[in-house]
Design a binder for this molecule. Structure first.
Ligand SMILES: [Zn+2]
Length: 122
């Protein structure tokens, strides 16, 4: 087997590379690790979608009464705006920030996965 860091031949079952000192992770562990990261990315993706939808609902809560009021200022109950605007804004911001958090997490996990894949087959 080869060291993932320096590609030197190392003893089977060795924990560290004798040439560069890098930690040797066996393929089975590697596969489990990759599968774990992929699972995590999948979870983050569904969370990102869910919070994206929440953000969209917030924008709707904010926009619908606002547009209604702009179109029919006389017929519209302005009291509805008083709660719809802060409520919609809060939901949109909270959903947006949380969605962004998961978006960044996906990016980081993808990079982590790419970094490992670059090591290639041993
Ligand atoms: Zn090495």
């Amino acid at each position: 087997m080869k060291c993932p860091q320096c590609k030197q031949q190392v003893d089977e079952g060795a924990k560290f590379c004798s040439a560069c000192g890098a930690e040797i992770i066996e393929r089975a562990t590697d596969f489990a690790w990759i599968a774990g990261i992929q699972e995590e990315i999948k979870d983050c993706r569904s969370n990102e979608t869910a919070f994206g939808i929440i953000c969209g609902i917030g924008i709707l809560i904010l926009a619908v009464p606002l547009v209604g009021w702009l179109l029919f200022p006389v017929a519209f109950d302005t009291a509805a705006l008083a709660w719809a605007i802060p409520l919609g804004l809060a939901i949109a911001i909270a959903g947006g920030i949380t969605g962004q958090h998961y978006h960044n997490k996906i990016k980081k996990l993808t990079q982590k996965l790419k970094g490992r894949e670059m090591v290639g087959p041993q």
